[in-house]
Design a protein around this ligand. Sequence first.
Ligand SMILES: Nc1ncnc2c1ncn2[C@@H]1O[C@H](COP(=O)(O)OP(=O)(O)OP(=O)(O)O)[C@@H](O)[C@H]1O
Length: 246
Amino acid sequence: MTAAPALSIQGLGFSYGAKRALDGVAFNLAPGAFCALLGPNGAGKSTLFSLMTRLFTTPEGRIEVMGHDLSRAPNAALATMGVVFQQTTLDPDLSVRRNLAYFAALHGIAGRDRDRRIDAVLDRLAMRARGNERARDLNGGHKRRVEIARALLHDPRVLLLDEATVGLDAATRGDITTHVHALAAEQGITVLWATHLTDEVLPDDRLLVLHQGRILADTTAAGFAPHGQLREAFLDLTGGAPHAAI
Ligand SMILES: Nc1ncnc2c1ncn2[C@@H]1O[C@H](COP(=O)(O)OP(=O)(O)OP(=O)(O)O)[C@@H](O)[C@H]1O
């Protein structure tokens, strides 16, 4: 018997006025899957994230997180979900720990439980030693790690990351990608990792290719590009210019 999906997207559509941004998007993610959502600029990734995080309400189709319908039971669905947005959202003047404590309060987590969870997520991202530094003093990679730690504070089962490595150098991107793959492999967290960078995708990752609002491929990276030429296969499918992806 296969496990119920951790994330289920069915018949999702969205338009900005006359502009169709998503059309018939459907996929299921099994618990503990690491899934790369690969799409060039303008593919619809941010729109999909806005729907999954309820920034926009879903006009067409259905989103279920851990069996909770996002439209009918938004609190239950969102409680199981952690999100890292493309833009950084840390308070630069607060320390790392204060940033995390603020987020914990929003989830009703306080006292010793809060402190225990903050220690655990900082350990998880190898950031405990920097807990008392102000967010503004961290480099880009460490800021991102804190945002991932923050997204894990309430023990989500599904983690969504929208271009989480944007603006980081290759070594730091590799480091963050490794950390997030480990969350799926070691803690069974279901990860949806939106990117336009093919070097962030490992051969065994589930792969969704989104282009012009539609899912063009739903397979594994190795299945999509059996000879390891993921970048070329992606550009072939999306008709992209070579500079559109790494
Ligand atoms: N507010 C808006 N009004 C009109 N069209 C929009 C709006 N936001 C996005 N779009 C269009 O919808 C489509 C999907 O955009 P979206 O931002 O979701 O793509 P994306 O894959 O996240 O791209 P990027 O990687 O550049 O952020 C694009 O054609 C974009 O131009």
